[in-house]
Design a protein around this ligand. Structure first.
Ligand code: PLP
Length: 384
């Protein structure tokens, strides 16, 4: 069997076949050294390693696994998802133009708005699931970059990557896809036409809520943009620590398995919530009632992810009480960990117009029936 035919579960479980060369251990060692020795002829003992800014075995191994999972030629790790997204935007020339999906992760938009204002970059925010808006924006504005996030956080909107890629390519724009909620297990954004895919590895890729990391992956390794991103990461030093990279490799070994369980749990939770009389709307692309269901079904494989939002049929206070009465969902931000989380998004992003009765949940790997019972008791305690 050639390595090319290996499935994600096999690649991840074997950590791409990594064996510690010194001990023979099937678990890679953590190499914490920040500097590397030369021999008496002054040659580096290991030519790959000179200084820890990004010459590190643990980083390279994590990137190798990520590139394989993403069907990419190269992946580059960053100390957070935001640092990864920012690295792409920093390559955009001053006074050019970008088209960015609106109602995405608010932190991304906040940073982009400030960055574009500083660099005099024209920013057009639009609802990318509306294909005609995206096509017109590309034709009219000729952006240097298009950013989409699919499914989006916290609205769970699904954007057509193939279509976005066609629009971007027709005007020579770079298509950057934030695939965090899908992960490379559910969507291969590069295969669908993305130039660069960004994942916040803080979320399901690591999956244990103990590493902050981001990753960019591409097949366009010979482009100036990628070269600039790589050089800048090294020279400006936005690198992940060796320990974090080691933890990431450990977490990724179970990524496909965790995704399978989270998707199955989330689907059951979404179907339960949709039938509940005190829920007015469930935003989850795995529900046939969801506007992005058809697209998500063709663009995602193996499930629809762990992230969903729902609108409590009641006052903002009722929504807060439902969150407050949950026992098995931690009231905390983030997503993609093994433990389920709930968040009242309006508390976090009151300025974005998010409804005050919206709760977002990240469904973990617990038993689905326990999660449903917990939601049931929390809803009933408020409404009965
Ligand atoms: N993209 C999405 C969809 C996110 O949800 C987040 C964080 O919540 C980010 C990017 C930023 O990632 P990080 O927190 O690793 O910087």
């Amino acid at each position: 069997m050639t390595k090319k035919t290996l499935k994600p579960a096999t690649i991840a479980a074997r950590a791409a076949g990594a064996i510690d060369q010194t001990s023979g251990g099937v678990v890679p060692s953590i190499q914490l050294s920040t500097t590397y020795a030369r021999n008496s002829e002054y040659a580096l003992i290991n030519p790959d390693n000179a200084y820890g800014r990004d010459d590190r075995d643990n980083i390279r191994l994590a990137e190798t696994i990520l590139a394989k999972l993403e069907n990419a030629k190269e992946s580059l790790l960053f100390p957070s998802g935001m640092a990864a997204t920012a690295a792409v935007f920093r390559t955009i020339p001053n006074k050019s133009c970008v088209v960015v999906q609106t109602n995405i992760y608010w932190g991304t938009l906040k940073w982009i708005q400030a960055f574009c204002a500083r660099r005099e970059i024209e920013l057009h925010e639009l609802d990318t699931p509306d294909n005609s808006q995206l096509k017109n924006a590309c034709e009219n504005y000729k952006p240097a970059l298009v950013l989409i996030e699919t499914p989006s956080n916290p609205w769970l909107k699904t954007t057509d990557i193939v279509f976005a890629s066609k629009c971007a390519k027709s005007v020579g724009a770079l298509l950057l896809v934030d695939g965090t909620a899908a992960t490379p297990i559910l969507t291969k954004a590069l295969d669908l036409g993305a130039d660069i895919v960004m994942q916040s590895a803080t979320k399901a890729i690591n999956g244990h809520s103990d590493v902050l990391a981001g990753v960019l992956s591409t097949n366009a390794v010979d482009t100036l943009v990628w070269e600039e991103i790589k050089t800048d990461r090294h020279d400006a030093g936005a690198v992940l620590s060796a320990f974090d990279a080691w933890l990431l490799v450990r977490g990724m070994r179970t990524l496909p398995l965790r995704m399978e369980r989270m998707c199955s749990n989330a689907q059951k939770v979404a179907e339960y919530l949709e039938k509940h009389p005190h829920i007015s709307r469930v935003l989850y692309p795995g529900l046939p009632s969801h506007e992005g269901y058809k697209l998500a079904s063709s663009q995602m494989t193996g499930g629809y992810g762990c992230l969903m939002s729902f609108l409590v049929n009641g006052s903002p206070d009722d929504a807060l009480k439902v969150a407050g009465n949950l026992h098995l969902f931690h009231r905390a931000t983030s997503l993609g960990g093994v433990e389920s989380l709930v968040e009242h998004r309006h508390t976090i992003e009151p300025h974005t117009g998010i409804p005050e009765n919206l709760l977002r949940i990240s469904v973990g790997i617990e038993d689905a029936s326990d999660l449903i019972s917990d939601l049931n008791q929390a809803l009933n305690s408020v409404f009965e």
